[in-house]
Ligand binder design. Structure first.
Ligand SMILES: [Mn+2]
Length: 520
């Protein structure tokens, strides 16, 4: 550190405390552990869920977990499947619908699967809360359906399921609502483990962390406790898949490395969609024999293709949004530039860039499909709810939602959506670089900088700290910290103020540079 010597006696500002204050966090937030988790019995209907699963297990009923083809859905399916297996269940299976082949929800392919397999019980994870028609069809086959989900509850599409576990249910007393689908699945197996006196695999927390990070849930409250627990106990996790993935991964020394590894795992299992309810990523995680390596190769190959696609789409979006001025962003992908499975990712990219509500639409299987994303200050699922008379089906969260609509409804929808925006979205002239803490360079020490790692995991409502470093030159900044090359370029001469993101215990990414005028 450059000025440490002359300033040895001057107390350094406590960056961490300043950030905690800026975020409205108390010290207790940082100290919370899984011992502080609320009682899962507070979930509405959870004892009914447990009794029905127990009945199925005791009478050896064929049962199937109906998941979802994203990392949240895959990890949800996995931890429930593994837990039941560890309890000695022998007749359970899973089905992961492929969004490229079938619309969202319980569709004909799955209903045939249940019929042919003679399944008497279906447990949905990370979906099902609006599968009214699908559940009706399954019931007609004599099959009970337990819905576990975290998406918003809509009265008119609520299924007549055997029972429903969802923190969003009005009658649900569980105090923390924004769990991921895998968070709900984790609370279910924690409850089952407790009432059946059967231990749950500690690796379940790792997978719950991966699914929660991937689903971009707010990284506060219970979500933070789950991920933090998984990070702090990472070295003790005994899991074939984690061990396998680590063999191909760099050394891990810090919590930032563990967090990055979780994100890497999420990106890996975001691939693998197959037909007939199969999924390469779930097969990879479940596989314990040599076949695991082959499945990993398949996923890796798909990830490379996917990342190539992603880069192509991102550079298209850069062109599309260059110089854009407006309150919100609508793009209809008439030319089929963006694959359906990347529509949500594309919308997120625009939101991060322009910080305005964004919807991306395209034709898909005869319908118009849409993915919407937004940042704080707007609620996209409420916007879709406002327009629901024009939609076939919609669902999601305040910051990420999607819908399906009859193409003929496009103009009417857009008018309705616009009405909602005009009334509910005020584009604040917000300073993009609203830093949380302002410091001078010599107030940063290795110590107070690396301590910020206790704020991990990053996510919605707890992002990487944004710090303004005043009156600094490029050389002095580079003497103290590594500068991430992906940030803005800082001139080699002169001084200025840097608005920078905390990237790791020794690294900074400068987002904005304000040069001091030379006359100063
Ligand atoms: Mn989810």
């Amino acid at each position: 550190m450059p000025s440490e010597q002359q300033n040895d006696n001057v107390p350094k500002p406590d960056l961490l405390s300043s950030l905690l204050v800026a975020r409205g966090f108390t010290e207790e937030v940082l100290d919370a552990t899984i011992d502080n988790l609320p009682d899962e019995a507070l979930f509405a209907n959870i004892s009914t869920v447990a009794e029905r699963i127990q009945k199925a297990m005791y009478s050896n009923e064929p049962m199937v977990i109906f998941g979802h083809d994203d990392p949240d859905g895959i990890t949800s399916s996995y931890i429930l499947y593994r837990f039941l297996e560890s309890c000695g269940y022998q007749k359970h299976n899973y089905y992961i619908p492929n969004r490229n082949l079938e619309p969202h929800g319980i569709q004909a392919g799955f209903i045939d699967f249940v019929k042919e397999g003679g399944y008497k019980l279906v447990i949905t994870v990370d979906n099902g809360i609006s599968a009214k028609d699908g559940v009706e069809k399954l019931n007609a086959l004599g099959c009970d359906v337990i819905v576990t989900d975290h998406h918003i509850v809509q009265a008119d599409t609520l299924p007549s399921a055997y029972t429903i576990m969802n923190p969003q249910l009005k009658e649900c007393q569980y105090p923390f609502k924004p769990l991921a689908g895998v968070g709900v699945a984790l609370m279910l197996i924690r409850y089952l483990g407790r009432v059946w006196e059967h231990p749950i695999d500690p690796a379940s927390y790792f997978w719950a962390a991966v699914g929660s990070i991937a689903d971009k849930v707010p990284m506060i409250g219970i979500n933070r406790i789950i991920v933090r627990h998984a990070m702090e106990n990472f070295s003790e996790v005994q899991d074939e898949t984690v061990e396998f993935l680590l063999r191909n991964y760099k050394r891990m020394n810090t919590f930032t490395d563990i967090f990055n590894f979780m994100q890497y795992t999420a990106r890996m299992i975001a691939n693998g969609r197959e037909a007939n309810g199969q999924h390469t990523a779930l097969r990879f995680i479940l596989q314990i024999s040599d076949a695991k390596a082959k499945l990993f190769q398949d996923l890796e190959k798909q990830r490379n293709v996917w990342e190539g696609e992603l880069n192509r789409v991102f550079s298209f979006l850069d062109t599309l949004s260059a110089g854009f001025i407006g309150n919100y962003f609508v793009y209809f992908d008439d030319d089929d530039v963006i694959p359906y499975s990347l529509l949500g990712t594309a919308a997120t990219y625009i939101v991060n860039k322009l910080r305005i509500p964004t919807i991306m639409l395209k034709h898909h299987n005869g319908d118009t499909v849409c993915e919407g994303r937004c940042s704080d200050g707007f609620n996209i699922v409420n916007a879709f709810s406002h327009c629901k008379s024009h939609l076939k089906q919609f669902g999601g969260h305040p910051k990420a939602a999607g819908f399906t609509m009859n193409p003929a409804q496009y103009d009417a929808f857009l008018e309705c959506f616009n009405d909602y925006l005009v009334q509910n979205w005020i584009t604040a002239d917000s300073d993009e670089f609203a830093w949380e803490v302002e410091v001078k360079l010599d107030e940063i020490t290795t110590d107070n900088w690396s301590r910020l790692e206790v704020l991990l995991p990053w996510g919605q409502m707890n992002s990487e700290p944004l710090i303004k470093i005043c009156n600094v030159s490029r050389r002095r900044l580079a003497d103290s910290l590594c500068i991430d090359h992906a940030g803005v370029d800082i001139p080699h001469t002169g001084t200025g103020d840097a608005v920078a993101l905390w990237k790791s215990s020794g690294m900074i990414k400068v987002l904005h540079w304000q040069e001091h005028s030379p006359t100063h």
